[in-house]
Design a protein around this ligand. Structure first.
Ligand code: DLL
Length: 445
């Protein structure tokens, strides 16, 4: 049976979605074979990895079972920066058909590479992503992820085509044109960042276009954290099902994991990406179901294998079977990264907690910003949030009422009181890609 599914030992192309249903033992067999091959490849071609293996007295032959993965050294983001631009490549440039880069927040970008086979695997996992969200041949997919060095645009583009959907490569931006095409081209599915879609929803309303009356039925969103509150807002306003998809440039781009119709965790395409959860402080693997940092090993990447890459994203693996019948494991939605936390009066705060608190109060809009400042050595946090025009046109009492409810909601979730600024719609800058939720002025002046 495996022979029919897999054209070669290291990950040839095969029918979309079949590996999602492999029995666990068959899946683990594939994973171990691929793990051994990818470790041998990285050892032979990537100096940094070979040196770290040698330091530990390890060789590719040390990997005899999947559990042995825990002996391998981690790879971290600074490894990509330190070897900028091409130091972690395992293929000669003549085999590399694509480069992407991610700017990150500071310093040099990180550069990632793909061989032709890598692009095929990427197209396949993205086709499986879209299939998981209920798309098929015949769907008209508006791809509003940014095209360019960002992996979102081209990743979704190739995956949509591999699935057999009709892809509209509109990229991000020009919101009025986006809405015109959704209507005029009978678009049935759209992908972009969730924050950009909240902007589209708002603009459609201003243009007097009711998205609920159009054929649009599915939204595929990712590249940034978003809460269930925002999901409910989007689903109600646009009359669609909104799915979460996850990925990162270092591993492949989008296509690492995707929700299914159950909307209860994201299935990881673990025949290509092997997940582990570790304690972010000690680096120790955590037992099934525990929350910690997601670590991923690419099982089939050729140009740039990543061994035990520390994503900084915090989640947990769901071990119970999914109602959709797939055997590949799921992870919970990423609510936070281990490096986006800040401390206010001794309390650890994550931006997604603020979003959850805001969205729990009726009358708020999913447009907000957190502003951090420092005074006398103390960090302070203010939250600026837009409220509906009705709230603003209401009496002063209406405004005061919503302010009190927001303060309460934040205090309940964060345990602290913060400065709240209620602002009119359109006050906060809209994003066409990843939203900037936190403005950090702590080191200014
Ligand atoms: O954002 C790849 C992508 C494109 C994923 C389109 C999904 C859709 P990077 O720019 O390298 O790659 O950023 C990766 O974004 O480590 C997470 O912190 C965050 N992220 C991505 N997807 C999600 C998600 C792309 N669904 C970083 N939920 C990751 C929460 C996400 N955070």
């Amino acid at each position: 049976m495996l022979k029919e599914l897999w054209n070669d030992a290291e990950g040839g192309f095969h029918p979309a979605s079949a590996p999602d249903f492999l029995p666990q033992t068959a899946l683990q067999e594939v994973q171990l074979r691929r793990l051994r091959a990818v470790v041998a490849r990285a050892y032979a071609n990537v100096r940094l990895f070979r040196e770290r293996m040698d330091e530990r007295g390890l060789t590719p032959e040390s990997i005899r079972s999947l559990q042995d993965i825990r002996h391998l050294p981690f790879t971290v983001k600074t490894d990509l920066r330190d070897t900028y631009p091409f130091g972690l490549f395992a293929s000669p440039m003549s085999d590399v058909v694509r480069l992407h880069a991610s700017s990150g927040t500071t310093g040099k970008p990180i550069v990632v590479a793909y061989t032709r086979e890598d692009v095929e695997v990427w197209s396949e996992v993205m086709a499986r992503t879209f299939a998981s969200c209920g798309l098929h041949r015949g769907d008209i997919l508006q791809n509003a992820f940014g095209y360019g060095l960002f992996t979102g645009g081209l990743g979704a583009h190739y995956g949509g085509e591999a699935l057999g959907a009709t892809v509209i490569p509109i990229s991000g931006g020009n919101t009025d044109r986006q809405i015109m095409l959704i209507r005029d081209f009978n678009v049935t599915a759209l992908c972009c960042t969730p924050s950009y879609f909240t902007h589209m929803v708002e603009r459609a309303r201003e243009l007097d276009i009711d998205l609920r009356e159009l054929p649009l039925r599915v939204g595929i969103f990712g590249a940034e954290p978003w809460t269930d509150g925002v999901r409910r807002h989007i689903e109600a306003e646009a009359g669609i099902k909104a799915y979460d998809i996850y990925g990162l440039s270092e591993i492949i781009g989008p296509g690492v994991a995707a929700e299914c119709s159950a909307q209860d965790g994201l299935h990881i395409f673990e025949d290509h990406f092997y997940p582990e959860i570790i304690d972010p402080d000690t680096g120790e693997p955590l037992p099934g179901g525990a929350e910690g940092e997601l670590v991923i090993t690419t099982l089939s990447k050729k140009a740039m294998p990543m061994i035990r890459y520390r994503t900084r994203d915090i989640t947990s693996l769901i071990t119970e079977p999914c109602s959709c019948g797939r055997t590949i494991r799921r992870m919970r939605r990423i609510g936070r990264r281990s490096d986006d936390m800040f401390i206010i009066r001794g309390v650890n705060v994550f931006p997604s907690q603020v979003e959850a608190a805001l969205m729990a109060v009726e009358g708020t809009l999913p447009h907000y910003q957190i502003i951090l400042t420092r005074k006398g050595g103390m960090d302070r946090m203010a939250v600026e949030v837009e409220v509906t025009p009705e709230v603003f046109s209401d009496s002063i009492r209406g405004l005061e009422d919503i302010r009190a409810r927001l303060a309460q909601s934040i205090e309940r979730i964060l345990g602290i009181r913060v400065e709240l600024r209620l602002v009119e719609p359109h006050t906060i800058a809209r994003s066409e890609g990843k939203a900037k939720r936190v403005i950090d002025r702590r080191n200014e002046g």
